[in-house]
Design a protein around this ligand. Structure first.
Ligand code: SF4
Length: 340
């Protein structure tokens, strides 16, 4: 209960930092993805509509205000559409100042909801669905036990858009490892081109030590891409985008290049340029930027030269040492693990 008179789940997308968090379901009904440890050991449950309404009343009584709201937890769209619509309508009535209501939705669940019900949810006040597609490759989806197929991603995504709900899909560069890096770019670009989502959010893959993927990295079953190979994977994906109307968003510190964002057609050259400029850096400058970024000191390669002298000296000294590829990646991951 977290000291409030209403429940709150553990996570929300970064873009919902200012949102009212309304817990509609608890935990994740799938809970099997190899790379995810958020809800491990926790049991999924649906909350009763009356219970959720009491939370809405409690939030209102506390004077909570925001222009947006997010329905927790991992896949609240799985709730019976009529019940979810009732929750949405009640919430909208109690919080008329809210302009945007969003929810997570797994691709397999989206593909199973009828277009009619999807439209009903839109009508009731659902504006955007965040969906962790991670990849468009069936091979990788199976490998990471995502529990959905490329076809379901396409069907679900198209339906969301046809219902007038915005689709914010997540892409994980590096999730197929070195072996499937190009396939990840190609197949994901294919899904994006077909679905034409409103947003594609980059979530660079970093194996969490406590997950199955972390274990696979330790045993050598999964060979991860290096930090820079993941950037190449993003480049290969962007190169393949055709006629997309949505925006690419880099809104997480795990992404090395924050500047790779913009309209997927109008800013395509700009995004590819940001990557080329990074790739064109000489080795020490590249490592210096990587290190400073992973330590949380900078956002872009140019920021390195704005660092105070003592900090620049420290970064240059560490980055200039002799490293094997493994040692360097280990150093990057040491810092990256603090963000996942
Ligand atoms: S990634 Fe999402 S769907 Fe997969 S287990 Fe985690 S919360 Fe559930």
């Amino acid at each position: 209960m977290y000291g409030f008179d209403f429940e709150m789940g553990p996570i929300r997308p970064p873009s919902e930092a200012e949102s009212i968090l309304l817990r509609v379901t608890r935990n994740c009904p799938w809970n099997k993805c190899d790379f995810c440890g958020v809800y491990k050991g926790e049991k999924f449950s649906l909350r009763e509509v009356d219970e959720i309404k009491r939370d809405i009343d409690a939030m209102k009584a506390m004077g909570i205000e925001s222009k947006s709201a997010f329905l927790q937890d991992a896949n609240s769209i799985i709730m019976k559409p009529e019940k979810l619509a009732e929750v949405l309508e009640y919430f909208r009535k109690q919080f008329p100042m809210v302009e945007r209501v969003t929810s997570y939705g797994r691709a397999d669940t989206l593909s199973r909801i009828s277009l009619q019900n999807m439209k009903m949810l839109k009508e009731a006040g659902l504006d955007r669905i965040h969906s962790g597609y991670e990849t468009g490759s069936d091979t990788i989806l199976k490998q990471i036990r995502k529990g959905c197929t490329k076809q379901q991603e396409i069907e679900g995504g198209l339906k969301v858009r046809e219902a007038g709900i915005e689709l914010s899909m997540y892409f994980m560069p590096g999730i197929g490892g070195r072996e499937l890096s190009l396939e990840n770019s190609e197949e994901t670009a294919d899904v994006i081109n077909t679905v034409d989502p409103d947003f594609v959010r980059l979530r660079t893959f970093v194996a969490k030590p406590e997950t199955e993927m972390g274990q696979k990295v330790r045993t050598g079953e999964f060979v991860p891409c290096t930090d820079t190979e993941k950037v190449t994977e993003i480049k290969e994906m962007i190169k393949r985008l055709k006629g997309c109307n949505g925006r690419m968003v880099s809104d997480h510190i795990v992404n090395l290049l924050e500047g790779v964002q913009g309209h997927m057609t109008l800013d395509k050259d700009h995004m590819l340029n940001v990557i080329s400029q990074f790739e064109g850096l000489e080795p020490l400058s590249k490592r210096r930027f990587q290190l400073a970024r992973r330590m949380g000191y900078v956002r872009t390669p140019k920021d390195v030269f704005r660092l105070p002298n003592n900090m620049l000296f420290q970064i240059t000294e560490i980055a200039g040492k002799e490293y094997t590829e493994e040692e360097w990646e280990e150093l990057m991951n040491y810092f990256l693990e603090k963000y996942i």
